[in-house]
Design a binder for this molecule. Sequence first.
Ligand code: AHG
Ligand code: MN
Ligand code: MN
Length: 340
Amino acid sequence: MRIGTTLTQYIIRKQQEVDGASGEFTGLLNDIAVACKKIADLVNKGALVNVLGSAGAENVQGEQQKKLDVISNDLMIEALACNGHIAALASEEMDGVYQLPEGARRGRYLVLCDPLDGSSNIDVNVSVGTIFSILKAPEDIEFPEVADFLEPGTEQVAAGYCLYGPSTLLVLTTGEGVSMFTLDRDFGEFLLTRSRVRIPEDSQEFAINCSNQRFWEDPVQRYIAECQQGADGPLGKNFNMRWVASMVAEVHRILTRGGVFLYPGDSKLKAAGKAGKLRLMYEANPMAMIVEQAGGAATTGRERILEIQPEELHQRVPVILGSRNEVERVTGYHLPAESA
Ligand code: AHG
Ligand code: MN
Ligand code: MN
């Protein structure tokens, strides 16, 4: 589609390619875009509208909520609950499934979201984002339960994120490649600025939180040590390193110029009963779909993220994603023969 096409036009035209499409999915993407525009406005105004700082509460993940975590969650609910496009909603910020209000029309989709990713960065004015994943709701179920959301990532019908950075960008896949839209604030619309995004297969840039190094497993220790040895080591090339601490920003950099992002499992997380830090349903699955759709790869080190059968709504998993050849290399280091 032509660069400059509005997101609304883009999704309407996509709908016309599908026989018998009802317009519900188009409406749903539009609802999400509306929520993202409202969140973008508040993130942009920041202290002027008193949205920075802590909300003074913990979420179900045991993490301190920021005011904007709570507000962004409310804005997602407000945009999605009453338009008849979803059957239910689940979010990183809510304990269980959000059921629609009495009398609200039910739609055919389930939405999972991380309303504000990277929220530790809000108060320091660094990029944050909203991540979303869309599943088909089971037919004939009026009140979907947690079990109805526990589908592997391969079942996602769409995934995307909105990045609130110097520009506000909405990145979307419906399973036919990845497109990027930039918010024109004067116009109030997201305009198509890149389509058919491809992640370079090779890379010389890694992203990992090195403060956890002493807790990593051997395969991760090996890979990062080899990156650091640069041209003098077995990889034969020098690496650069980045860590924003907003997954949305890291994935966006990788979509733009390649790289590998790792948030592995480690002994500290394991001692706390967690397989990883990032959440399968709100972060890993949607990002894995986007990255794969752009030609990259996403694994836990041991399996493809999109094939994990979820067991819990708030399940955490190790994440390694980005440029295909680098992800395959690290994943190979996890194979028993290689890591011995
Ligand atoms: P959230 O703000 O939604 O809780 O997610 C933060 C995540 C992710 O975006 C980022 O990659 C990671 O946590 C950063 O973790 P560290 O602070 O441990 O580096
Ligand atoms: Mn997050
Ligand atoms: Mn979050």
